[in-house]
Design a protein around this ligand. Sequence first.
Ligand code: ADP
Ligand code: MG
Length: 156
Amino acid sequence: AAMRSLPYFCRGEVVKGFGRGSKELGIPTANFSEQVVESFPSDISTGVYYGWACVGNGDVHKMVLSIGWNPFYKNIKKSVEIHIINTFKDDFYGEILSIVIIGYIRSEKTFNSLEALISAIQEDIEEAKRQLDLPEHLKLKEDNFFHLPEGKIVNH
Ligand code: ADP
Ligand code: MG
């Protein structure tokens, strides 16, 4: 399906996730609040995406993002989780995360093993890196959106 809302720019606070141990798998995922998730356009369907992300007024990094259904809310609420392709010294809960979602990688799947899940995510990360090196995607890294005054929440 065509996703007319892409690229989608979004900013919000990083909140505690489900504690599924993503960090233990080596793939921490920053979560947005329910309010931010609810503001997402409905044509951005569940699945895995690539784009750019920036914590506070820090550097802009490549990211992979997954949109799925939150089992804690009986699968009626979407959740959005972002893995930034960068190593951070510290956690950044409570900070403002700015992202641009650019393109779709794959649909949501379930996996038979943890190993299969981890290798799928590694492939997503490699695909994101390749896509984001394309000139048309690279230029969004320099978008003014990432240089707006901190704390200003603008979703468009
Ligand atoms: P939670 O269940 O609270 O989301 P995770 O195990 O998924 O816990 O870890 C996510 C947290 O890890 C983020 O909120 C952020 O503070 C921190 N973090 C550190 N490095 C990264 C990264 N590269 N990408 C995303 N989050 C990161
Ligand atoms: Mg998480």
